[in-house]
Design a protein around this ligand. Sequence first.
Ligand code: PLP
Length: 275
Amino acid sequence: MQEPSYPIPIVLVIGGHDPSGGAGIQADIEAVAANGAHAVSVITTLTVQDSCDVQALHPVPAETIAAQANALFADSPIAAIKIGLLGSPEAAKTVVDLLATHRNIPVVLDPVLAAGGGSRLAGDRILALLREMLPMCDLITPNTHEAHRLCDSDDSDAMEACAKQLQALGAQSVLITGTHERVEDPQITHRLFLSEGSVSSSQCQRLPGEYHGSGCTLASAIAARLAHGEPVQKAVANGLDYSWQSLSHGFRTGRCQSLPDRLYSLQRRDSDEDE
Ligand code: PLP
């Protein structure tokens, strides 16, 4: 057998497949690659969806998910793990067990609870298993809706209390993205609650339109940066910047939401000056 060489860190992305290419595993692989790492992937669920919404989930059997992940863990030095759509309580339980077996690897959890088009993607059983996963996560990246559901609170002014509650449940750092709150505000505020207790916020300009896959893009970019050894605060700042750039270069492939251009740095299209 050949002696392995690892020129770039390897990130394990665990999530659903979105055939439209906007979210899910395809988003993860692109974002990880664009941030200088190599993605290996385990698909938890196949989805039927287009750029408008998700129509159906077809979960992959739990044994297949475990077998795929175990084959990867046995073969490669995984430098970070990113978790997205789980799709079934069985998949969620399998991922809880995998994380419990493979400790000491940075874990970023994007708690996917609904599609951009509005369809609910996780019920109460998955929610309970996501809470069980929190003690094994270095960073979780809920938007405000997801944070509310994880905390079981309707109070939109209680984000700080909610982040503290998620940390009390075991999550180390919590990044609550602000895209879904105060949608009339031209600025978006993201809040980062670090494990040692500090809180910081960052702002970015709100982009027009609706995007599909922004959460996956962000969490995967951060995971790739953690795999490179960046501390959480720096990885989050770089991940947010990269995601905003991807969205600002976004394009439409279908009738509804735009997709981020996660490979914008390849300059695949003519620049504005050449048009
Ligand atoms: N993963 C999959 C497979 C999805 O279908 C979706 C949403 O439809 C998501 C993740 C979450 O997407 P977003 O990054 O827009 O939150």
